[in-house]
Design a protein around this ligand. Structure first.
Ligand SMILES: [Cu+2]
Length: 266
């Protein structure tokens, strides 16, 4: 029903609801636009100068317009309390349980996305501001911490398994950034000093999307949706959605690779 809006391809389980909301909003706005536009044209003719050469200082005496305004306010209150707030509670506030989901920390900085997986133990290692090194350790991950030994970090590369809820915990090292993946219909600000969760269920793998779009180079992109500085335009990351088995294989390789690199580093 929303094809007419030309939205990006949809690749998340809950995105259909968002699309239908966008569709309905546009439809209502179209009705309002046509209604008000028609009313405007009517007043131009109805109150034309030749028919009303002198202005009427008293104006309209009926209360119809006041009642209409009250009616509009009531409808808006119903939309807010009966629809918006409950839908927000269900879609945004109610997170899937963390043991069923993949939890990944994504930390924005000028101008990159740092991705941090907890690894097989499911516990995020300690990070320490004094260990931050712009090149080798942008998150300041303390590999001496036992929970950090199997952690995996990447730069601008977010790998996700298909059909499993993903909870992205957003953080920022400097200014406000915004994590936006249009195909998943998610967009959430990353604010310094806060950890803000956002969740979604990717349901189309990158490979499948390449077949569907007929574009062998298709990539899901993380765009920064807040103007965050001079390099904002190049702050983009890539999301690769894999089958569960492929994702596990990727993760195992990374754990091995980064664990080994650490042994040699010491
Ligand atoms: Cu940014």
């Amino acid at each position: 029903m929303t094809d007419w809006l030309g939205l990006p391809a949809l690749a998340a389980a809950q995105g259909g609801q968002i699309d239908s909301l966008i569709g309905w909003t546009h439809l209502f706005m179209l009705i309002l636009f046509v209604g008000w536009g028609g009313f405007f044209a009517y007043t131009l003719v109805r109150f034309r100068r030749s028919r009303h050469p002198v202005a009427n200082p008293t104006g309209v005496r009926s209360h119809t317009s006041s009642y209409l305004e009250i009616g509009v306010a009531v409808v808006e209150a119903i939309l807010l309390f009966a629809f918006s707030i409950p839908i927000w509670a269900a879609r945004v506030d109610r997170m899937p349980p963390e043991r069923e989901a993949l939890v990944v920390q994504v930390t924005g900085e000028q101008f990159a996305w740092n991705v941090h997986y907890a690894g097989p133990d499911g516990v995020f290692g300690r990070t320490d501001i004094h260990q931050i090194d712009a090149q080798s350790n942008p998150l300041g991950l303390d590999r001496a911490d036992s929970a950090a030994k199997d952690d995996v970090t990447t730069l601008n590369q977010l790998y996700l398994p298909v059909n499993r809820p993903v909870i992205v915990k957003l953080r920022s090292k400097d200014v406000i950034h915004s994590f936006s993946v249009p195909e998943f219909r998610v967009k959430q600000d990353a604010v310094p000093g806060f950890t803000i969760p956002v969740w979604f269920v990717p349901n189309v793998t990158t490979a499948e999307m390449r077949t569907r779009t007929g574009n062998p180079a298709f990539q899901y992109e993380i765009a920064c949706a807040q103007l965050c500085g001079l390099g904002h335009y190049r702050m983009r990351g890539f999301v690769t959605v894999l089958q569960a088995g492929e994702f596990q294989k990727w993760m195992d390789e990374k754990v091995k690779e980064q664990g080994e690199a650490d042994i040699w580093g010491k």
